[in-house]
Design a protein around this ligand. Structure first.
Ligand code: FAD
Length: 482
């Protein structure tokens, strides 16, 4: 048996819980620090919003979760379980394949109870500093704060699971300093009622923009979607909606309240809504610059997990979470990703999607889409890798080799003119990273049925199939793909 280490896990969201389980299975002694008074992280709905709705003021009181009241999962429960603990239907629970958010929280609580994780959590305990004891060894001081006191403890390893959907990333809009309207980031959206009869411009191309725009359009006067497009996009009205338009990106905003788009159209808006994603943020981490966050690049990180110079005693879970690509209807059924070029796509088999789903006309020629991955499973594989490496069962390459691997990745990005902020993007329709992780920990690659279902769901977003949660026949998809 390998060494049994004293390990600090920061955060008791899905990542921290699965990390703790895997570490415990390798006999490490685990303490989970959780600043909230309950586990679940993102999945703990909080009706409060932040005073600074764009999250620019670093002194603001931070609300962790970005959930809005009506949110249902964007992945079916079949893709949100852990490998040996499926997200099954609960007694008196939401039985749908894409349940409401409360159901995910119940699932995480059941998981933590089942595996004896809950008792490892110190609730109401915020980590405020993580720093090496001294520069020659790999021990870490973890300073934490409760309502009563601050405490310093030494750990042999730290696994960072503090979540990456809390610190808003707002769009940079020329002229915004004089624009008189309201601005809000989707992190601070809870309910449509605030936007009654308003004209809104909504920036973004991910599931949040997709879902929130449709919800707000039920009460707003007009909703104007704006997203980057690699080609000139004509403004168009969305099928099945009398008050939602798709525009290209914003060129500037003006003192008289106008928002002007690249397609030549403009609107007078009350609110600009930023569904533009989040920043990585590790305010407690003091590494003397060994790990930095710059333009959405957390680095250097070997395979998005280990900083070579500090491996294996410091690791990160859940960093690669976004994919981005653009649909091109004239190039056939294909998707383009900045990192991988064009990839062929298959649509859901005939008959699996029917009824009221919108068509593709609003997509015009090209349409960019962003989507998260099969997050829970990915975090489980990362956790198994970290736990195995810490117990000495799995070997990492040398620090030099890991660093060279990261440098090679950066170089490839530069040569292909891929911007830095895409460092942690994964290919939407290939699961190479998950396969690689599975191979490291001696598991077969994830079930192909899961990856195929995932691809179909991404397609639903691309094609604007709004009712996919109720119409996508997951059971048939599972059979078809088998
Ligand atoms: P979090 O859930 O954010 O947990 C981090 C935890 O760390 C929190 O409990 C926080 O309080 C704690 N913490 C942070 N800092 C400190 C500190 N300094 N000290 C102590 N504790 C700290 N994924 C899906 O798979 N399916 C979906 O349908 C889906 N929908 C989503 C919808 C929205 C609106 C958002 C924002 C995300 C969605 N996701 C979805 C992604 C989701 O974030 C992940 O599924 C997952 O919950 C992330 O888990 P995490 O543990 O990494 O982070």
């Amino acid at each position: 048996m390998g060494p049994c280490l004293k390990v600090a896990v920061i955060g008791a969201g899905a990542a921290g819980l699965i990390a703790a389980r895997e570490l415990q299975r390798e006999n490490h002694r685990v303490t989970i620090f959780e600043k909230a008074d309950q586990l679940g992280g993102t999945w703990v709905f909080d009706p409060q919003v932040e005073a600074d709705q764009l999250g620019l003021d670093s002194n603001r009181e931070i609300v962790h979760s970005s959930l809005y009241f009506s949110l249902r999962t964007n992945l079916p429960r079949q893709l949100m379980g852990f490998s040996d603990y499926p997200f099954g239907i609960r007694e008196n629970g939401d039985r749908r394949n894409f349940p409401r958010h409360e159901e995910v929280l119940r699932f995480l609580n059941d998981f933590a109870r089942e595996f004896g994780i809950t008792e490892l959590i110190r609730f109401g305990t915020e980590v405020v500093r993580v720093e090496r004891v001294d520069l020659r060894n790999d021990e870490w001081v973890v300073e934490s704060r409760t309502n009563e006191s601050n405490r310093e403890e030494v750990f042999e390893a730290v696994v960072v699971c503090n979540g990456h959907n809390t610190q808003p990333q707002a769009a940079n809009l020329p002229g915004i300093e004089k624009w008189p309207g309201e601005q809000v980031h989707s992190h601070n959206y809870r309910h449509p009622k605030l936007y009654q009869n308003q004209v809104l411009v909504m920036i973004g191309n991910g599931p949040s923009a997709f879902d929130i725009s449709r919800e707000i359009a039920t009460v707003a006067k007009e909703v104007h979607l704006s997203s980057r497009s690699p080609q000139h996009l004509q403004v168009s009205k969305l099928d099945n909606h009398h008050n939602i338009w798709q525009h290209s990106k914003i060129v500037n905003v003006c003192e008289d309240g106008t928002v002007a788009f690249e397609d030549g159209s403009y609107v007078h808006a009350d609110t600009i809504f930023h569904c533009t994603g989040y920043k990585y943020n590790f305010p407690f981490l003091k590494t003397n610059g060994i790990v930095s966050v710059e333009d959405k690049r957390v680095g250097p990180l070997y395979k998005h997990v280990f900083p070579p110079k500090l491996a294996p005693s410091l690791s990160f879970i859940g960093i690669p979470e976004r994919i981005e690509g653009c649909w091109n209807s004239s190039a056939g059924r294909a998707i383009y990703c900045p990192l991988w070029g064009w990839a062929a796509l298959s649509l859901p088999p005939e008959g699996l999607l029917s009824g009221r789903g919108a068509g593709t006309t609003q997509l015009a020629e090209q349409h960019i889409v962003r989507f998260g991955g099969i997050t829970f499973l990915l975090m489980e594989l990362q956790s198994k890798w970290i736990a195995g490496v810490l117990s000495g069962k799995l070997l990492l390459p040398s620090k030099e080799e890991m660093l060279a691997d990261v440098q090679q990745h950066y170089l490839q990005m530069e040569e292909s003119q891929i911007p830095k902020h895409h460092t942690h993007l994964l290919n939407p329709f290939e699961f190479g990273y998950m396969h690689w992780l599975a191979a490291q920990v001696g598991l077969p690659p994830p079930d192909q049925r899961l990856t195929q279902i995932f691809s179909q769901i991404v397609m639903c977003f691309i094609l604007g199939k709004e009712s996919f949660r109720d119409e996508l026949d997951i059971e048939s998809l599972t059979r078809v793909a088998a």
